[in-house]
Ligand binder design. Structure first.
Ligand code: SAH
Length: 227
């Protein structure tokens, strides 16, 4: 009888990641995530490929992890929650993400939106994220090395804007790039941060409704770009 022996971290993770991802989905449901479209994207995208091999054993734990350059990959619950709020049960057309990082949230967005544009201020992270998104065939994503606080006017309006770094206030340029009826999700604050939903209402083009959701902890939204 042939005995198949697998050695090495990569193959080990390859075999267990489907199971650990399933456990992650169970946990996300327990944490209150209900949108099946979001849950299916979270089940499909392998989080471990976004993380350095030394840490990939922890890839499906509900924690943020370092990705280099003093930045982190967001916690799965936060990625799912922000995506669920942005989607609001509807198909998204064009979404802008500020703070690509390693591209995990971007990959999830690529499965729930027709088109995703994402901006990152640290060049090596843009290159890293591009590689990951290519591997996963996220062909509806465009990444740019830019300061995201100014948004991406030439592609506006967006029916969703997601900011994955904490801002002291809502950048004005982003508000005007939100489509009428669109939603922005953004952590606001410095030491204490609150995940905040901003809706541009259908009532009048310049009416925005702000709802504070829950306490979060993100790296700060910084100005300028870094090579
Ligand atoms: N979306 C990521 C989270 C990345 S952490 C995920 O899926 O895990 C936040 C990222 O925002 C960092 O990579 C940081 O460099 C970036 N960032 C901070 N300020 C920025 C700015 N003004 N413009 C673009 N990116 C910014």
């Amino acid at each position: 009888m042939a005995l198949i022996k697998t050695t090495g971290t990569k193959s080990g993770i390859g075999m267990t990641s489907i199971r650990t991802r399933e456990r992650m989905l169970v946990r996300l449901r327990e944490q209150g995530i209900k949108d099946e479209v979001v849950l299916s994207a979270m089940g499909e995208i392998p989080r471990h490929i976004f993380i350095d091999e030394a840490l990939s054993i922890r890839a499906y734990e509900d924690v943020s992890l370092p990705i280099g350059y003093s930045q982190t990959i967001s916690q799965p619950y936060i990625v799912a929650r922000m995506t669920e709020i942005l989607r609001n049960g509807k198909q998204l057309n064009k979404v802008l993400e500020i703070g690509t990082g390693c591209g995990y949230q971007t990959a999830i967005l690529s499965r729930v939106a027709k088109e995703v544009l994402s901006l990152e201020r640290i060049r090596p992270l843009v290159m890293k994220a591009r590689g990951h998104l290519r591997t996963l065939k996220c062909n509806n994503v465009k990444l740019d090395h830019a300061d995201g606080s100014a948004g991406l006017n030439e592609y506006a309006p967006f029916d969703g804007i997601i900011v994955t770094a904490a801002a002291s206030h809502v950048p004005q340029e982003l508000l005007v790039q939100l489509a009428v009826g669109g939603r922005m999700i953004i952590p606001i604050g410095t030491t204490a941060q609150i995940l905040t939903l901003i809706e541009r209402t259908n009532n009048s083009a310049n009416e925005y409704v702000q709802t504070k959701l829950e306490a979060v902890k993100f790296v700060p939204l910084l100005g300028g770009i870094s090579g």
